[in-house]
Design a binder for this molecule. Structure first.
Ligand code: GTP
Length: 548
């Protein structure tokens, strides 16, 4: 507890530093996380744009290839003849004449078709007659024709209606197609039908992936797929997002699909998230895609969704390294601040202790001075009456207890009033000062020389019996007249004193001893002054015992 008490400041300040340090780490961590998420989102936007551009270019290619074939004069002539024949024969797609024209048309385009599949990944080249959409020639599957596709090929229906070329994504009976559709005109520039060049996501997914530099997967809504396709896609392609996998550039999609992705089946907004899988972390961007009919009729519900992803372990490692760096900085900062704090506290404590010692010493000195002032007579520098009374009582009790001698010598200046009157009060003061110095010089270390009042002085002599005290008093009295004097020019007037002496065994109290010494002094005055009288039942003149 004592240790805690002393170190309280250190502990509290350390705690504050620790809290601030932790805040520093937490804020930096959240900021790094925020920065990472922002970077991912920007990258996600870039990927989405790249995907749309690539898809648009594919559609544009399909449209150009369809235009190229549809503008071939031989194609226009053969298809025109076929359509006119159909009109005149009552739309018998299987008649010999029509079959012959179909074969010729096939032969005309088959060389271009080969090139288209190899170089441009075209999967469908399909002539349709209008109104609406009836298959005339599937170059990719020439044996199948004559079926009505009004409910499926909306682009064809629209192009056959107004003759304006169109592109778009459409769900097909086998797979979804990215189609470019153009009108076909005969030599009289009458529109006789429409030509569709199309590809699938499966055919171009690798190219897409390479061009946008990320893995790609396109998924179509389960319900729309079921409505459109002849053959339901295998169950394995079904995902918990409520979609079938239309095409995927990468195997790692299965790891993504195995996790609880944060993209709900109803969310088609552009979102980018970090997802941890068994094969590491991936940055995944997700958004909805719309088909031709959805775009045309402005449906809110997309037809499917696109996933774009790339490995993000490196990004996470960088962030982790940043976090550790911040932890290290905070730790080093904490240690440095702790050392500074410790040294500062030590220094200030030492300074404080020194200051306390200095102040205590000053106070002690002041107390000593005050004690001295309280016990000293200001004029003579001797002890004052209060101090004498206190010490006298203590010494008397001690002497009585230990049965050791104690004597009191009381001394009064002779005719001091006359000195004052003759030489002035300040000369009187000078005389009193001389007496003070004289008594100090005559006293032993343990004697108590005091000014009792006015021109009256006492010397308490512990351990002195009557004879010793008498000898001392006589030495004092004789020396007094030689030492204390008023000097004016060549004249010197000696000052004398009368002395009373009494030893302790005549008294029962300090007060009484003082009274008896005073009685002896009185006797000395009575007997003519400048002498010593010792109390012995009766005060006597120097060496002579008299009654008090
Ligand atoms: N200068 C000075 N005079 C003092 C002081 N204290 C007392 N006195 C004077 O000391 C004088 C004492 O006079 P008295 O009591 O008549 O005694 P005395 O004249 O010495 O006569 P005896 O004692 O009978 O020899 C008075 O005039 C006081 O005013 C002091 O501190 N300074």
């Amino acid at each position: 507890m004592k240790f805690l008490g002393k170190q309280t400041v250190f502990i509290w300040v350390s705690l504050v530093i620790l809290v601030l340090d932790s805040l520093f780490i937490a804020i930096n961590y959240w900021q790094d996380k925020d920065d990472l998420q922002r970077t991912l989102e920007m990258e996600g936007k870039r990927l989405q744009t790249a995907f749309h551009i690539s898809q648009q270019m594919t559609l544009s290619n399909m449209s150009q290839l369809a235009t190229f074939v549809a503008n071939d004069p031989e194609v226009r002539m053969l298809f025109g003849a076929a359509v006119n024949g159909l009109e005149s024969q009552g739309y018998d797609y299987a008649s010999d004449t029509i079959d012959e024209l179909r074969k010729q048309l096939y032969n005309e385009v088959s060389s271009s078709w080969k090139k288209m599949t190899e170089q441009y990944h075209v999967r469908q080249l399909h002539f349709h007659t209008g109104p609406g959409s009836t298959s005339f020639l599937r170059v990719h599957k020439p044996e199948k024709f004559g079926d009505n596709m009004d409910n499926l090929r909306h682009i064809i229906v629209d192009v056959n209606r107004d003759g304006i070329p169109r592109t778009g994504l459409e769900l097909g009976r086998i797979y979804s197609g990215l189609r470019g559709v153009v009108p076909v005109f005969d030599h009289q520039m009458n529109q006789v039908g429409a030509l569709e060049a199309g590809t699938s996501y499966r055919a171009i997914i690798q190219l897409l992936s390479e061009s946008i530099k990320a893995s790609v997967a396109v998924m179509m809504k389960e319900q729309r797929v079921e409505e459109a396709t002849w053959v339901r896609p295998e169950e394995a392609l079904k995902t918990h997002c409520g979609c079938f996998i239309e095409a995927s550039s990468d195997d790692s999609l299965k790891y993504l699909m195995a996790t609880e992705t944060p993209f709900s089946r109803h969310d088609f907004q552009l979102r980018t998230q970090l997802i941890n899988t068994d094969k590491g972390a991936f940055a995944v961007t997700h958004f909805g895609i719309q088909d031709y009919i959805g775009q045309r009729d402005q449906h809110t519900e997309p037809v499917g969704r696109v996933f774009l992803w790339y490995p993000a372990d490196e990004l996470l490692n960088d962030m982790e390294a940043d976090t550790w760096l911040n932890v290290m900085i905070a730790l080093v900062g904490f240690i440095i601040l702790e050392v500074i704090l410790y040294l500062a506290l030590r220094f200030s404590q030492r300074h404080l202790r020194r200051e306390v010692r200095r102040r205590t010493h000053e106070v002690e000195q002041l107390n000593e001075q005050l004690m001295l002032q309280a016990s000293t007579d200001a004029l003579t520098g001797l002890y004052n009456r209060r101090f004498l009374t206190q010490r006298f009582e203590e010494e008397f009790e001690r002497a009585k207890r230990k049965d050791i001698p104690l004597s009191m010598v009381i001394l009064d200046l002779d005719h001091f009033k006359q000195i004052n009157d003759t030489y002035g009060h300040s000369t009187g003061d000078q005389v009193l000062k001389q007496v003070g110095s004289y008594l100090k010089s005559m006293s032993r270390k343990y004697d108590v020389a005091a000014r009792y009042g006015g021109e009256e002085f006492c010397v308490l002599l512990p351990g002195c019996d009557q004879q010793t005290a008498l000898n001392f008093a006589e030495r004092l009295c004789t020396g007094f007249r030689k030492t204390i004097a008023i000097e004016e020019g060549n004249t010197r007037q000696a000052v004398t004193c009368s002395v009373g002496v009494c030893e302790k065994h005549y008294a029962t109290s300090a007060d009484q001893l003082l009274s008896l010494a005073d009685a002896a002094l009185y006797a000395a005055k009575q007997q003519g002054r400048d002498r010593v009288v010792v109390y012995e039942k009766r005060p006597v003149r120097k060496g002579t015992k008299v009654d008090a």
